[in-house]
Write a protein that binds this ligand. Structure first.
Ligand SMILES: O=C(O)Cc1cc(O)ccc1O
Ligand SMILES: [Fe+2]
Length: 443
């Protein structure tokens, strides 16, 4: 496949025409009486019409048939998708999952298999989030999906995703992420047994974090976000194309006669986009002490309370560790926020073993956690010198101000819960020396 082209920038007002139809964007207006190439004009709103300019999001799509050309939606089996946060009793324990098992293609063909792991809040009032794991082995054939409830931040962990969207095509590989916002139709081709994580936020969109005293540059730079370019197919599938809609947490399907990827041109600031995590410009302590992980925020979905996120997407990228006279791994802590962590590749600096690529952990509101006993012993004794941290690895965190509930699938049906997780802290012992204030010099 020829290399895909993208438009660079975050949240910009963009215009794109499929090169096969030059001039397909109307000039000077959105709704000509007849559009160029006799296309239909359709607006996709990602914010209230009346939002201030800084948060107003919409795009205009010029398409062969409008999205409304479909048979009625019918309810379908939800599988493992849920928004019921009362499925099981609350559990404040530290939870960890072994790598989520991908069904074997030889046993059962699964396309874009969504499994809800945890979440909180309420879809109908547009406030909350869900964390899903996708496990699949087959491309979506004549099937697309859209989410009426919120935005999907997709973190592939194993296998590439070729994502067809109404705005064009994106190839998203492990160590890249993409965001498909509310209402955007997409269909995913996969090439092997494929796994990844999804952070869904209801009613808000992801933004780049403010940089404060960092200044104008750093962390995820806006130009590294990539938006697809217009691409259409005029493909008839009489009665045979299925549009799946997640609406109020339930799944529905509608049949239509054509591919939904029939947008010849579009303009606007409401688009899907992708980002390569290797482009993250890491900022951290160069003197002493451990900076809070918010210094690694890639994207944030803000709540209405200043500084408090519905969810942040945070990464732990390869970097130098140089802090002097410092315990460098993550500190022990209890957090009013909930921390879900995943691992794309390699290992995580606070855990010697047990936290594996494709698995996850959840440290809920105020649940104590921190380095395992091994990590504590080593990091307290090591002679400090500049060192590479996390080379060849990528861990991430979905951190939320909501108190997350785990689903039945998460606790039981996934069969991946690690019953022994708590044991990694059992060997922690007291080093208290009541008669001697000064710690021993590291070797
Ligand atoms: O719990 C974790 O491993 C994530 C984390 C990392 C860090 O460096 C500081 C705080 C924190 O919650
Ligand atoms: Fe933490």
């Amino acid at each position: 496949m020829a290399e895909l082209k993208y438009i660079s920038g975050f949240g910009n007002e963009c215009s794109s025409e499929d090169p096969r139809c030059p001039g397909s964007l109307p000039e000077g207006q959105n709704n000509p009486q007849v559009c160029p190439y006799n296309l239909y004009a359709e607006q996709l709103s990602g914010s209230a019409f009346t939002c201030p300019r800084s948060t107003n999001k919409r795009s205009w799509l010029y398409r062969i048939l409008p999205s409304v050309s479909h048979k009625p939606f019918e309810s379908i089996d939800e599988g493992q998708v849920t928004h019921n946060w009362d499925e099981v009793d609350p559990d404040p324990n530290q939870l960890r999952w072994k790598p989520f098992e991908i069904p074997k293609a030889s046993q059962k063909k699964v396309d874009f298999g969504l499994h809800t792991l945890c979440g909180a809040g309420d879809i109908k009032s547009n406030n909350g989030l869900a964390i899903h794991i996708f496990l699949c082995n087959t491309s979506m054939e004549n099937r697309c999906f859209y989410n009426s409830d919120g935005d999907f931040l997709i973190v592939p962990q194993k296998g590439n995703l070729l994502i067809y969207t109404e705005f064009g095509k994106m190839l998203v590989q492990p160590n890249e992420i993409c965001v498909i916002q509310r209402g955007m139709r997409f269909s995913i081709d996969v090439f092997e047994e494929t796994r990844g994580y999804i952070l869904e936020v209801y009613g808000v969109h992801f933004e780049l974090p403010d940089l404060g005293p960092i200044g104008a540059n750093g962390l995820a730079n806006p130009r590294d976000f990539l938006i697809p370019i217009a691409w259409y197919e005029d493909r008839q599938v009489p009665g045979g194309y299925t549009v799946i809609n997640k609406y109020q947490g339930k799944l529905f399907a509608a049949k239509q006669d054509v591919s939904p990827f029939n947008v010849v041109a579009w303009h606007g600031n409401y688009t899907p986009y992708k980002y390569n995590l290797k482009n993250f410009m890491v900022i951290n302590s160069v003197a002493f002490d451990h900076a809070d992980p918010s210094i690694f925020t890639v994207l944030t979905a803000k709540s209405v309370r200043p500084g408090v996120a519905i969810a942040d997407f945070v990464i732990f990228p390869p970097r130098w560790g140089v802090a002097d006279k410092t315990f460098r791994p993550p500190y022990y802590h209890r957090n009013c926020m909930s921390e879900f962590m995943g691992l794309i590749r390699g290992h995580y600096e606070a855990k010697q073993g047990g936290f594996l690529p494709g698995g996850g952990s959840l440290h809920s509101t105020m649940t104590p956690h921190g380095p395992d006993a091994d990590c504590f012993e080593k990091a307290s004794k090591v002679k400090l010198a500049p060192e590479r941290i996390a080379d060849g690895t990528m861990a991430f965190m979905f951190e939320s101000s909501l108190s997350l509930a785990v689903t039945k699938w998460g606790l039981k049906a996934s069969r991946c819960l690690d019953e022994n997780y708590h044991k990694c802290w059992e060997p922690l012992k007291s080093h208290f020396t009541p008669n001697s204030r000064n710690p021993a010099e590291p070797n």
